[in-house]
Design a protein around this ligand. Structure first.
Ligand SMILES: [Fe+2]
Ligand SMILES: [Fe+2]
Length: 304
């Protein structure tokens, strides 16, 4: 389908937006409406975003001072998942994290589904995501999407697996100590200790599987073109299931601790436990995000 050209200056004022909306609704995905105007049609941008959602791109072909021409292209509806969104742009990942949208274990959902589950207004969230585009790119984080799979696997082992090995036993011990001392007055601390032990045990087994089986297979495929598995889909699926279990345990700990809100008059050990649990969750979410949303898709693409 051809691009539709609309000279907005030739239309009656009350017909301008309806004509543009109808033309936009009628065009196929991947094609565009170009509007010609004698002033900046920015208000239309917000109206279109509000009523049709983030399903178009907006490009100025001419940007004043006397003539404005904008290409409004209809995007493909194959909705980007929140995991893909977070993988591409750390600024968006940070925003999703602040909004409590899980893009790690729950990364394969569309933004609509994720917002629905959290009771968030998807249009408002889309606007916030667009705002992130205007901010400077996050400078402190490497561009993980540019890493080759073997290098990313090495990075994950050296940064995130090392973090788990260093912190998990300490957190488990601390949670048991705190439960023993304060469990009578705060009985949920026994559950926190139990869930923390389960999480630590799950993770330590999981990391070994990645380090002994999946990651070496990815390295071998990349460096020597040798396939250890007929397909990487099955081992990756198993790792993703492990991530779901770890994600669920983390959510349970978060709920038990009321989002890591330290009770009044808490002792230093309890404060330390909450602080360490929150930091552990944060590292784990980034760890799972790098695997589910970047490493695994890259490895699967390479295996093809
Ligand atoms: Fe891992
Ligand atoms: Fe993992």
């Amino acid at each position: 389908m051809e691009t539709v050209f609309i000279d907005v200056t030739a239309l009656e004022p009350r017909m301008k937006h309806p004509v543009i909306f109808t033309a936009f609704d009628d065009i196929a995905e991947g094609t565009a409406v170009v509007i010609h105007n004698d002033h900046d049609p920015k208000p239309l941008y917000y109206q279109l975003l509000g009523e049709r959602g983030n399903c178009f791109s907006w490009t100025y072909l001419l940007n004043g001072p006397e003539v404005w021409e904008v290409e409004i292209k209809k995007n493909s509806r194959t909705a980007e998942t929140v995991g893909e969104m977070a993988a591409k742009d750390m600024r968006k990942a940070e925003l999703l994290k602040r909004l409590g949208i899980d893009f790690c274990c729950g990364g394969k959902r569309s933004l609509e589904q994720a917002c629905d589950e959290k009771g968030l207004d998807v249009l408002r969230v889309r606007q916030q995501l667009e705002e992130e585009d205007k901010k400077p790119a996050a400078g402190s984080q490497p561009d993980f999407t540019s890493f080759k799979p073997a290098f990313l696997a090495d990075y994950i082992v050296n940064v995130h697996h090392a973090y788990v090995y260093q912190n998990a036993p300490l957190i488990e011990e601390l949670s048991q100590k705190v439960a023993a001392h304060h469990g009578a007055g705060l009985p949920f601390l026994h559950q926190v200790a139990q869930k923390t032990s389960e999480l630590v045990s799950e993770l330590l087994t999981h990391l070994k599987k990645e380090e002994a089986v999946l990651f070496p297979a990815i390295r071998l495929l990349e460096t020597e073109g040798k396939a250890v598995f007929a397909s990487l889909k099955e081992p990756i699926y198993m790792m993703e299931r492990d991530h779901d279990i770890a994600g669920e345990l983390t959510r349970e700990i978060r709920t038990l601790t009321s989002d890591y809100t330290v009770p009044e008059d808490a002792c230093n050990s309890l404060r330390m436990l909450y602080h360490k649990l929150a930091a552990f969750e944060s590292d784990l979410l980034q760890h799972i995000h790098l695997e589910n949303n970047i490493l695994f898709p890259k490895a699967l693409a390479m295996a093809k």
